[in-house]
Structures are given as C-alpha cells and as structure tokens.
Design a protein around this ligand. Structure first.
Ligand SMILES: Cc1cc2nc3c(=O)[nH]c(=O)nc-3n(C[C@H](O)[C@H](O)[C@H](O)COP(=O)(O)OP(=O)(O)OC[C@H]3O[C@@H](n4cnc5c(N)ncnc54)[C@H](O)[C@@H]3O)c2cc1C
Length: 190
C-alpha cells in the first residue's frame, strides 16, 4: 500500500490531521474535491486552545501575521461575552482570520512535512474488509481505486465516509438557514 492512511476531505480538520500524521512518520494522502481552497469562509475566529496547539506546531505566528488578535469575544454565538485575558496562557486571545486563510497555512504545513494532497479528486465510495479499505475516487484522469490500511472521514457535515461506514448522524436537523457576509469594516481591520 502506498499510503497507510487516506483522509477524505481537505478542510481544516483534514489538513491538520494530515500534518499530525506526517509528523509521526505516517504515509498519508488527502483527497479533496475542490481545485483550491474555497474563498467562502465560514469560521472567522480561531480560539485560544486551538492557537496553543498551533503554536506547539510552529504555525501560530504565520497565522497571526495575517489576522488580528482579539482579547474579548463570544463562543459559538452564545450571548455570554468572554474575556480571554484571564486565561493562564500565552494564547489568551482569539485570532480573527477567515477560515480560507487558516486552511491554506495548514495545507502548506502538511505538505512541508511530506503529506500528499490530491485536489480535484472526489471520493465516491469507501469499502472496508479485514485487511484495509478501498476508496473509489474520480478525478481529472477518470476513476480508480486506492487502498490503504485506514481511512478517516474528514469530509464535513454531510460526510460520505460516515454514511458508507453506516455511522448514524446523532443530532438534530438544522433549524435555520443563514447567509454569512463580511462587513466592509471587518475587511479593513484585516
Ligand atoms: C456560519 C459558520 C460560522 C462558523 N464560525 C466558526 C468560528 O468562528 N470558529 C470555528 O472554530 N468554527 C466555526 N465554524 C465551524 C467550522 O467552520 C467547522 O467546524 C469546520 O469547517 C469543520 O472543518 P472540517 O474540515 O471538519 O469540514 P469542512 O470544512 O466541511 O471540510 C470538508 C472538506 O471535505 C471535502 N469533501 C467533502 N466530501 C468529499 C468527497 N466525497 N471527496 C473529496 N472531498 C470531499 C470538502 O470539499 C471540504 O473541503 C463555523 C461554521 C459555520 C457554518
């Protein structure tokens, strides 16, 4: 097997895990259907504990140079305002940075450690047997099947991997639909 682990999905979770596995010497490949990082960011806030971990991996300073540190804010839109300065941490702040920028830095980091990222490639199915996993993929050169010892579903909320592994979605359906926009003054802040 060329890869020990295939990660399906190259969002922030896939790129971070790819870097962690590569750092541990694991042969890892990320399958991502998008040609490049989406410019449409959902997340804008990187929280203190995440920053601590990114600091341990040496990528925090690069992220900070592109964003803005904030000492107060919210968590997940909850009403209670939070003061991060009380934290006993060198990351006692959040970082205001669009998710697209965070993803690019994490991808560069994973690549620098030897992870491979296959873009414009979509996973179509996942089938596990006693010795490993077959992943059927489709890309610019047609369809083929990759085999690895492990597959990780880092493919987001509508995860194909979760469905093919017969893992149920324990939760509730969305209760509202929203459109996220960035006011001009926030763009100016960056
Ligand atoms: C409005 C909004 C605001 C948010 N704000 C914040 C915030 O401020 N801070 C914060 O920490 N979090 C925030 N979040 C949550 C954050 O965006 C998610 O936790 C994060 O995107 C999850 O990352 P992920 O890598 O698991 O999945 P995703 O970001 O969904 O990435 C999954 C990737 O898998 C790829 N993929 C999917 N299926 C396949 C397939 N079959 N083959 C190949 N590739 C595939 C997709 O193209 C995508 O690139 C917010 C979410 C929303 C909706």
């Amino acid at each position: 097997m060329k890869y020990e682990v295939i990660l399906i999905g190259g969002g922030p979770v896939g790129m971070m895990l790819a870097g962690e596995l590569a750092l541990a010497g694991v042969k890892v490949c990320v399958i991502e259907r998008l040609k490049e990082t989406t410019p449409y960011s959902r997340a804008l806030t990187v929280h203190p504990r995440t920053l601590e971990i990114l600091d341990m991996r040496g990528v925090k300073s690069q992220l900070i140079s592109q964003g803005r540190l904030l000492s107060r804010g919210h968590f997940a839109g909850l009403e209670a305002p939070l003061d991060f300065t009380v934290l006993d941490s060198s990351s006692n702040h959040t970082l205001f940075l669009p998710q697209s920028e965070t993803e690019k830095v994490l991808e560069e980091w994973a690549l620098s450690l030897g992870a491979e990222v296959w873009r414009e490639v979509e996973a179509l199915s996942v089938h596990q047997d006693e010795d490993g996993v077959d992943v059927k993929i489709a890309g610019p050169h047609g369809e083929t099947t990759l085999r690895s010892a492990y597959v990780v579903g880092t493919d987001g909320a509508r995860s194909l991997v979760r469905k093919h592994a017969n893992i149920s979605f324990e939760g509730t359906d969305a209760t509202f639909t929203a459109i996220l926009g960035m006011p001009f003054y926030l763009i100016w802040l960056l």
